[in-house]
Design a protein around this ligand. Structure first.
Ligand code: NAD
Length: 416
């Protein structure tokens, strides 16, 4: 895991794409630096009466194309540099799928497994207070990420609205339906992964039906992604989470696994297959590997031994830059995170638009729009890949994104 932290990887990915992108040199230099990062201190009274002080961040990376947009992560390994990398990836993702947004990300250094629901609510509200001067429907719009969900968004929306004195649903997306959430948001990222998987198989001339897939991570993205991949005919043979992994060569019963995880809070102990550890899962001989957990899991060591024919990056930043070079050499295509997992921010955008119109759409309308936008981004990426002969799909996707963000900066000019 000593192959550069997420921020150095994100910056190296930008540099790799630079020769293939028509972007002004000055604008490119500027884009290597996040606009701002706020660090907040979060003292919380624990259930036993003691005080624990947590640390949180919100990074606003770039806003040339619109309000900042990006999720909030609660995880013990959160760092300022990780949040800044994730905010950069959001900038390239929103540009690639052509949403009128910039990029942002937030995080709190905390292990939610050590906290009660009340303590998590207190952290969420205190964090929201800490960053509330920099967020807002036209400024910066948070959403869920690792260990945060629609309940977290409800607490954020409530806290923000309490300070304003009136309800402001569109300050966050990924809300529960009862307070302005949209149909399809919970499934959106996983649905996007399944849509992108089908496009990638078709593009590579491979049969999707019956294809063996291994998915690392069984949270929001991994579980929904696994379920929808299986519904579309793929054979999800293995998955894992922080508690352990499970393997069944005939395909896992994903809905049964979801019920098991709900009951026992982890994949470990599921009796519908044999136990498998994360290292084995990443090296399995499958048609597609879908990392859907954390960054930097496909390292040089893994890349050298990886047997999957295709990698679909559902997580943000799962492949290090050094590992990418090996996968390019070994001719293993990687569909990059900024494309594969863009379904979440696309449907977040649709939620935000519905909130601002005070009008809600059907699930079918949401899913149709999601598919259209993802397919267009996939087409743009493979077109640049073919025409400019980029080394990989990531570089092509970055070239598309960098040009869009670069064009916005050029036409707006440099203030003052
Ligand atoms: P989540 O908290 O719902 O799930 C994370 C999963 O990863 C859990 O199953 C957890 O047990 C597992 N995990 C953690 N550490 C692990 C380890 N060491 N080995 C194996 N599994 C491990 O989070 P999520 O929302 O599903 O996010 C997963 C990834 O997808 C992240 O990279 C996130 O940034 C990205 N993503 C999420 C969204 C979204 O809408 N939620 C959108 C785009 C990208």
């Amino acid at each position: 895991m000593s192959e550069g932290d997420p921020l150095s990887n994100m910056l190296a990915q930008m540099e790799n794409a630079r020769p293939y992108a028509d972007i002004d040199g000055g604008v490119f230099e500027r884009l290597k630096h996040p606009e701002r990062t706020l660090k907040v201190t979060l003292p919380i009274r624990r259930d036993d009466g003691s005080i624990t002080v947590y640390e949180g961040f919100r990074c606003q990376f770039d806003s040339a194309r619109g309000p900042y947009k990006g999720g909030i992560r609660f995880h013990p390994t959160v760092t300022q540099r990780e949040v800044e990398a994730l905010a950069g990836w959001m900038t390239w993702k929103t540009a690639l799928v052509d949403l009128p947004y910039g990029g942002a990300k937030g995080g709190v250094v905390i292990d939610p497994r050590d906290c009660s629901d009340r303590e998590i609510e207190a952290v969420t509200r205190r964090y929201t207070e800490g960053i509330r001067r920099m967020i807002g429907p036209e400024i910066d719009v948070p959403a869920p990420d690792i260990n945060t969900d629609s309940q977290t968004m409800a607490w954020m929306m409530d806290t923000y609205s309490m300070y304003a004195g009136y309800v402001i649903p569109d300050v966050v997306t990924g809300k529960p339906l009862s307070i302005g959430g949209t149909q399809g948001r919970v499934e959106a990222t996983g649905r996007g992964v399944a849509i992108t998987a089908e496009s990638a198989f078709e593009y590579l001339g491979r049969e999707f039906d019956g294809a063996d897939v291994a998915v690392q991570g069984f949270g929001n993205v991994g579980s929904v992604g696994s379920r929808l991949l299986a519904e579309r005919g793929a054979n999800v043979v293995a998955t894992s989470d922080v508690t352990g992994g499970v393997y069944n060569p005939n395909g896992l019963d994903v809905p049964a696994l979801e019920r098991h995880v709900e009951r026992s809070e982890g994949v470990a102990g599921f009796d519908g297959g044999d136990p498998i550890d994360n290292d084995e899962l990443l090296r399995m001989d499958v048609d597609a590997l879908v990392p859907a957990a954390l960054e930097n899991v496909i390292t040089v060591d893994v890349a050298e031994e990886l047997q999957a024919d295709l990698v679909l990056e559902a997580a943000n930043g799962p492949t290090t830059v050094a590992a990418d070079e090996i996968l390019i050499e070994r001719d293993v295509p990687v569909v990059p995170d900024i494309l594969t997992n863009a379904g979440g921010v696309i449907v977040s955008y649709l939620e935000w638009v519905q909130n601002s119109q005070q009008y809600s759409w059907t699930l079918e309308e949401v899913n149709t729009d999601l598919r259209r936008r993802l397919n267009a981004a996939f087409e743009d990426t493979v077109e640049v890949y073919a025409e400019r002969e980029t080394p990989d799909l990531r570089t092509a996707a970055y070239a598309v994104a960098l040009e869009k963000v670069g064009a916005a900066h050029e036409v707006r000019g440099l203030f003052p």
